[in-house]
Design a protein around this ligand. Structure first.
Ligand code: ADP
Length: 608
């Protein structure tokens, strides 16, 4: 209790504010940004700094010159000085204008470069992650981070440079002018600073909390848009428009409310600083005016002082708020670093020696596997797939068939036992060399944005147009592609919405044919297709399997009838292995599955 009360206590001193900034990792993140991206673009930032210092100094010069303007022009009435000083004022402002213009260009360019580099680095880094990373994280989180995190790094650096080079230099030089022109009045004016710091400190802690939750809520918006796009069929079919609208409205309202809160916290510094500024300026006017009226002090110093004070007020205000702005950006930067710092997944290591591929014999040796600790999915799975053999995996859903397919491709690592290809442990070879020898076709075919041709070519990027078309022909996809509005050049959009399930599958088969890998892993579609599609797919698959070592999760009668051997998987264990006839003879799970799952189907292609 005592500790909670302590935590709640507002940090009252500058030192507390600093300590908190350090504690929650903000300082660490800030230092890191400056030391990495800042240092990498040191030349640009150095140039911007020089230009900003010029801006700061010219601001001070414009205050400085006020003394001579008043004393020489208004008090001494010197006509010569009228010309000289007017020209000097023009000069000062022209220099300031040019420096501001140049620094905006320099900072803009460097900032854009940093955003581009960070986005590239971020994307590269998440390509090095394995499947476990992508199942753990919502894509909306990654999207929001790549969009906002990169901008956040840029704005942190902008804020640091602007505050140090422009605002701090302006403030220090203006304070110097004030001290030089009227030391006593300066001391009186500076008493305002601690009061301002005291008020601003309290706002910062609240700001940090709100910025964090605003970031989370904005990720939700991305997630909802994504779900609505991907799940639009479900949304329409179940009439969920209203429900989705409600969820979105709630999330948007939450972001809006938090952003309003942030805006109001940020704005709260304004009336505070205005009032404090007004009071100190009035006090100075009163004191200096009193001296001039009653004791005839020359007004030049006073004018110079007041100008400096007025000009100091803006940079001082910005500096008082700088930490609030930084906190907002650091939330995004931290989210980005969290991902950049994650070590690449073990399954994606590519620095091992390449697979020495000869026959393409696959062996699972006593494989145990669990996605989560304590929840075994595979237990002591062992079987061998000889060169050129067709193996069908059969078993109740959830038994672990897809997991076996994933382990052969090293999407995950076995927790015990080993997966071997040609006698080599898949964990001991470069993953790219392993996957190069494997083609896989899964149930849910993902089509990328681009044309039909582009999508097939993903099987082998170096394939010529003729080879792509040949693969399409072998996959029994040529005719339907030729009938599309622009044939192979038809754009299918990121989800290939205009294609039927059967057509999408044939595109995936064409991809696999084009890859021409000696090992084939296949998850047959369970979804019912019209008999024309079914027949074409069957023919395409037969062509694909021909001459390759294949492991197929079987959902079709013809597949099990054509398989050399069938591996029956139940609850993570191999319960039987044999040919269709052997297994049927033995009775057991296979015979039962066959009766319920397969026997009602008519084989489309006669069993051998
Ligand atoms: P099958 O292909 O035989 O239907 P799976 O290999 O897909 O079986 O699934 C086996 C078990 O592993 C199931 O209990 C399933 O819930 C679980 N599982 C599958 N994928 C994941 C995953 N990415 N994370 C956690 N559990 C998973």
């Amino acid at each position: 209790m005592a500790k909670a009360a302590d935590d709640e206590k507002r940090p009252k001193r500058l030192i507390d504010r600093w300590r908190r900034f350090k504690q929650n990792g903000s300082l660490e993140t800030l230092i890191r940004i400056v030391a990495t991206d800042g240092r990498a673009h040191m030349r640009g930032y150095a140039l911007a700094t020089v230009l900003l210092v010029v801006v700061g100094m010219t601001t001070a010069a414009s205050a400085w010159i006020m003394r001579d303007v008043v004393n020489h022009i208004f008090v001494s009435r010197d006509p010569m000085m009228l010309w000289i000083l007017s020209a000097a004022v023009i000069g000062i402002f022209v220099v300031k204008g040019l420096a501001s213009w140049a620094q905006a260009i320099v900072l803009g360019r460097v900032g854009n470069r940093i955003v581009a580099e960070t986005q590239r680095r971020f994307y590269d880094s998440f390509l090095r992650f394995g499947l476990d990373f992508f199942t753990e994280r919502a894509s909306s989180e990654l999207i929001n981070t790549v969009v906002r995190g990169a901008g956040a790094i840029r704005s942190v650096l902008d804020t640091v440079i602007m505050s140090l080079a422009r605002d701090l230099v302006s403030l220090i030089s203006l304070v110097a002018v004030m001290l030089w022109q009227a030391p006593l009045m300066s001391l009186a004016a500076f008493t305002v600073a601690p009061i301002a710091i005291f008020f601003v400190t309290g706002l910062i802690k609240r700001m940090r909390k709100i910025a964090q939750s605003e970031y989370g809520a904005s990720t939700m918006i991305v997630a909802l848009v994504q779900e609505t796009v991907y799940g639009n069929k479900v949304v329409k079919a179940f009439g969920l428009d209203h429900h989705m609208r409600g969820r979105m409205a709630e999330t948007i309202a939450a972001v809006e409310q938090r952003q309003n809160k942030m805006a109001s916290l940020q704005a709260r510094t304004s009336p505070l600083m205005e009032t404090l500024g007004g009071v100190s300026i009035a006090a100075v006017i009163f004191y200096a005016g009193w001296n001039t009226i009653n004791f005839g002090t020359s007004p030049g110093e006073f004018m110079s002082f007041v100008t400096a004070l007025l000009l100091a007020y803006e940079p001082a205000k910005r500096l008082a708020r700088v930490q609030i702005g930084l906190e907002m950006s650091l939330v995004g930067a931290r989210a980005m670093y969290e991902i950049l710092d994650k070590p690449p997944s073990g399954t994606e290591r590519d620095d091992e020696p390449a697979l020495d591929f000869s026959a393409g014999r696959i062996e699972l040796r006593d494989v145990d596997f669990a996605y989560r600790k304590g929840e075994p999915v595979l237990k002591g799975v062992s079987f061998v797939v000889e060169r050129g053999e067709r193996i069908a995996l059969v078993g109740p859903s959830g038994g672990g068939k897809s997991t076996i397919i994933a382990l052969i491709q090293r999407f995950y690592d076995a927790t015990a036992g080993a997966v071997l290809v040609d006698g080599q442990d898949v964990r001991k070879v470069a993953v790219s060399s392993l996957r190069r020898h494997i083609a896989s076709v899964s149930q849910d075919v993902f089509l990328f944005s681009g044309t039909v041709r582009d999508n097939i070519r993903l099987g082998r990027l170096s394939a010529t147009d003729e080879e792509v078309e040949e693969a399409a022909r072998d996959a029994y996809a040529f005719d339907f592609i030729a009938n599309l509005p622009k044939g192979f050049d038809t754009d299918i959009g990121e989800n290939g919405v205009q294609l039927s399930g059967g057509q999408r599958q044939r595109l995936a088969i064409a991809r696999a044919i084009l890859k021409d890998a000696p090992i084939l892993l296949l998850d047959e579609a369970t979804s019912a297709l019209d008999s024309e599609s079914e027949r074409n797919i069957q023919l395409a698959l037969d062509r694909l399997v021909e001459g390759r070592t294949s492991v197929v999760i079987a959902h079709r009668l013809s597949t099990i009838l054509n398989a050399d051997r069938i591996v029956v998987i139940d609850r993570g264990e191999v319960v039987d292995i044999g040919t269709h006839a052997e297994l049927l003879r033995r009775g057991g799970l296979y015979a039962m599955l066959y009766r319920y799952q397969f026997s009602e189907e008519k084989p489309l292609v006669a069993a051998q």
